[in-house]
Each structure stands twice: as C-alpha cells, then as structure tokens.
Write a new protein. Sequence first.
Length: 225
Amino acid sequence: MDKENKKPSVVIEATDKYGDVLKADMTQHESRRKPVGYVEIYEVDKDGNKQLNGKCNLVVYQGREWIAQRLFAVNNASVTATTHDQFISWFGVGSGGADVGDPLNPDAPENTETDLLSATLINSSDANCSDDGYYHPFDSDTIEFEQDVDTDSRWLKAKISVTLGTDDANLLDTGDSLINEAGLFLASSKADGFAGPFKLFARVTFASIVKDSSRSLLFIWYVYV
C-alpha cells in the first residue's frame, strides 16, 4: 500500500479520573458526606437512641484491591490477601484507635492497614459471632439502599446496621471496655461459625467510648459507591 492510501492509526486512550475528581471534591467540600463511607454510633437506651459520634471511614488499599477484582469477577494474580468471591459480611471493634494517654483524640486510619490495631472480643458465647467471638454479623441479611441527596438523589449508598448488646464487647476483669475503632470485613461466607479468613475492607477510629453491661451500642455504617 502506498503512503497516499495508507490510513493513519488512531489510538484512543481512556483513563478513569474518578479518583482525582473525588480528591478535589473532598478538598473543596469537607463538610459534605463523600461517596466513600460514613459511620454513626448511637447508645441504645430506654429513652431512645442517642448519637455519640459520626465519622468518615477509610477504605484501605486492601479493600480497594478487592473492589477491582469484584468488578470483573477475576482474581488479580498480584494480590493474595483478597479474592473476587469475597464480600462485605462481618463487623469488628477494637481499642487500638487512640493512644492510652489521650483516649478522646483518635489516630487517623492508614491506607496500608490490614486489620484492627487491637481487636476486642465481642462475644465468645454467641453462636452468631465468628472466630471465637471477634467478628459480629450485621443486624439483618437485608442491606438497605438509600438515595444520596448530594448526588442528585441517586441510589449510591448502602446502609449496614450492627448492634452490640449489653453482653457484647465487655472486658470480664473490669466490666467495661474502651472502644475506639471499628471495621468492616470481607469473607467468603456469613454463616454462623464461619472460620475465616476475614479481610479488612474499611476502618474508622473515633473518641473512646466506654462499653459495659449497662449499655448497648448501635453502629450505622453507610457505604458509598
């Protein structure tokens, strides 16, 4: 084929700039909820629910690697921690979210974290919990989907609820426990007694809350997409 009849090649390159847009949006609108995740914590008592805290969570690198695999239903050979057949299915709490000397000032989660820093035993005698009582199921198998008014009322967020009752997450020796971190975990099953593995998807830290047998805590976790 001579040069006059040869058609030029056309290269089309598509790059997802969502991360850059989201980063810019987070910088400009810090007071708004972002499409990443948000956790509300309530004390449940006879007079109703009293909100104790509300914080944005961090979806860690491990969780984001899982999202990419889940989207295409294929495992990434370079990723060994997570697999595409896992899903968000378990909840855990811990006491490693704030320094002992400053319990009301939590340390920010980091992208490289793969677990809670100091997991708290939730309930070893509850058959619904897993791994000897360290992982708690969601309150319902039904995930609630809600419209996000900040994104033209699109159905872009899912609501997960977990209640820690009066028998949950209490230290046996003192009768109370400081809770200042929580996480959502990936697993390949949500059946009672599932042995794992459990992989951290997202983590949140907050000012320490005293957890004892006189109070229940309700965690409402919004996952944005």
